[in-house]
Design a protein around this ligand. Sequence first.
Ligand code: FES
Length: 208
Amino acid sequence: MGHAVSYEDDGTPQEQSRRKFMVNMVVGLSGVIGLVLGIPLVATMIPDSKTGGATWSPLSDDEMKKLQAATEKPIKVTFNVHTVDGYLTPADDEQFVWAIKTTDAKMRAARPELFDGKTKLTYPVINMGFVLFSPICPHLGCRYVLDTDGKFLCHCHGSRYDDLGVHIAGPAQRGLDPLPLREHDGKGEVTWIHYKGNEPDHVILSYT
Ligand code: FES
């Protein structure tokens, strides 16, 4: 009975005010900690779909030489994408793209959707005489390969694309995704873009 009475006892006014102060302090501190941890965390979860999120990755001298020596056969070009991800230490992530030597006229004839209408790209498809294709299959994101016939094949569900990225078979809803290329101080630079899969439009998910 004595214990029950002590639970109901609110204490002296000084004790009540001390308890209130402690509760307010804990709530206040939790709020501050939540903000400090939460804002960068939320920021990393929002895809940056503005051009301001794009970064240019330079091609090494060796990769530039490969481009200069390229014929119309697709070649792999490797480069490092600099990633800055929330609290993680910034890192260089090695990626590659498929480079195909071609002309604006050929691409316009083969892939008119990249130049006009809803699926049009906001950057030049051809630059320095090349189109660069993201190596990510636009169906569900596997990496496709260059097949023996010079066309591209994704082993995951059988999507096929010709050498200019035209979708010719399988479940993908669009052709291969060109990535931006530019010449800067005599070097080629690439922007890595991760597009959303399994839909006809080019929806940017992230730049890393
Ligand atoms: S992910 Fe390439 S065909 Fe499905």
